[in-house]
Design a protein around this ligand. Structure first.
Ligand code: NDP
Ligand SMILES: N[C@@H](CC=O)C(=O)O
Length: 431
């Protein structure tokens, strides 16, 4: 900045759900924010492609040229989303000496390490609290508060849409398709909800958390992804009968050999687990630190105003740095820890099978599990409603690799005649 008393220039790129609310908070709270920063922040421009009408939007600063706006601010807030042109605008801002605040998890999960390196090289900051868990402070705790600890595992419900769908299926006994429609009508799920339903949104957040927790370059392509599209009302009912609930979890962990794994998948949790109680579109992140022990972060993971709250928090933090001519913490990704192939990741599993109740079906199935080195924990046979004489057999295993469980499923269907099909294979966590 040229003048020490000049306002801190803030540029907003994108005025959609989050951008519009960010503008509102910056404008409506301008005096309060000035007091907290120690200097005035001036919103110098709002870049948007479509006209945006709101009492807090000053039309005289609206532009459709985000690239140009990115070059005339001290802090650039990127709320466009997606990879390009957001990436180019961010790099341009950094190149011009601006610090960047973004909520763009998709971009950070793909190109975060390059962006962090560019910020470091230019001596500016990149803040992204809203990119994981919306309003929930989880990025800063991982990046700063817990940086002195070793983090062993993070398990998070980090996608509101899928949590809402699973919760509605659990509490109302509805089918996936019905609830998805309701989620779209309620405005949680996107018109094209693929990124939510198929787990990619949560996977982006998993990659970002893994970078911060393990100080290693982890990208979305390193994250094993399974969504909730195949979860049925019958799976939910089976979980209920076992005093469990199904949640879509993002799980990143580092084992005692320092191997990292990152995955997003549905998990059966005990009803008593803290994450099992997270309902509706809420998010929660459970962090297990070596010294800190267990920590839980909970709140609204999406929505215009909640997400804007985290964005503006980052803007204030950066503005304070500008006032004091300091920079925020770096994101050093120095670790070379190996990333485990998803097939080698281990878990307990539940297999829900449709079987003909013939003598030997259980014994023959057990032989297949044994052949692949999979130890069975519990077995339960359940009367099914079908009129083809089938019953359901529920088997819960001890911890095995994903590879082993796939081999078991293939072998069961191939070599045990009285197993009609394996209906569901789902991870089971105890805690
Ligand atoms: N919504 C939420 O609850 C959360 C969102 N996020 C993240 O926040 C970011 C913004 O999300 P959200 O507000 O929901 O998205 P929206 O789609 O509502 O808003 C994005 C806006 O950017 C505009 N835009 C697109 N390209 C340009 C461009 N070249 N120049 C200027 N404006 C442009 C879009 O205009 P147009 O519509 O005309 O294309 C749209 O108005 C994303 O990265 C998202 O992942 C993070 C957490 C929660
Ligand atoms: N679509 C996302 C929005 C926030 O990241 C969700 O449902 O959580």
């Amino acid at each position: 900045m040229a003048n020490n008393d000049a306002p801190i220039r803030v540029a907003l790129l994108g005025a959609g759900t989050v951008g519009s609310q960010t503008a509102r908070l910056l404008v409506e709270q301008a005096d309060e924010l000035e007091a907290r920063v120690g200097r005035r922040m001036e919103l110098v421009g709002i870049a948007t492609l479509d006209p945006v009408e709101a009492p807090w939007i000053d039309q005289s600063i609206v532009t459709n040229d985000a690239a140009e706006l990115a070059t005339r601010a001290d802090i650039v807030i990127e709320l466009i989303g997606g990879i390009e042109p957001a990436r180019t605008f961010i790099l341009k801002a950094i190149d011009n000496g601006a610090s960047v605040v973004t909520a763009n998890k998709a971009l950070l999960a793909k190109c975060g390490p390059e962006i962090y390196a560019a910020a470091r090289e230019h001596g500016v900051d990149i803040y992204f609290e809203a990119a994981v868990g919306g309003a929930i402070p989880i990025v800063r705790p991982l990046r700063e508060s817990m940086v002195g600890d070793r983090i062993n595992r993070i398990m998070g419900i980090v996608n509101g849409t899928t949590n809402y769908i699973l919760d509605e299926m659990t509490t109302k006994g509805l089918d996936f398709d019905e609830v998805l429609k309701a989620a779209q009508d309620a405005g949680f799920a996107e018109a094209n909800p693929t990124a939510d339903i198929d787990g990619f949104d949560a996977a982006s957040k998993a990659a970002i958390m893994a970078c911060l927790a393990f100080h290693r370059d982890v990208r979305i392509d390193d994250v094993h992804v399974e969504g909730i599209r195949n979860i049925t009302a019958a799976d939910i009912a089976a979980a209920k009968a076992l005093h469990r609930v199904i949640k879509l979890l993002a799980v990143v962990k580092q084992n005692d050999k320092d191997e990292i794994s990152a995955g997003v998948y549905p998990v059966m949790l005990p009803e008593t687990h803290q994450l099992a109680k997270v309902g509706g579109s809420f998010n929660a992140v459970f962090v297990e630190g070596e010294a800190s022990d267990d920590l839980m972060f909970y709140g609204r993971g999406a929505g215009g105003a909640p997400t804007a709250s985290a964005v503006v928090g980052d803007v204030v933090t950066e503005a304070r740095h500008r006032v004091h001519s300091t920079v925020g913490p770096d994101i050093p990704l120095y670790s070379n820890a190996p990333i485990l192939d998803a097939a080698d990741d281990t878990s307990s599993y539940m297999l829900r099978m449709s079987v003909f109740d013939k003598p030997g079906v259980l014994a023959n199935a057990a032989l297949v599990f044994a052949k692949h080195g999979v130890s069975i924990k519990t077995v339960q046979q359940v009367e099914a409603e079908g009129d083809d004489g089938t019953h359901e057999l529920w088997v819960i295993t001890h911890a095995v690799s994903d590879r082993q469980i796939r081999e078991v499923v293939e072998d069961l269907e191939k070599s045990v005649n009285d197993i009609k099909s394996v209906l569901t294979v789902i991870r089971v966590f105890e805690g």
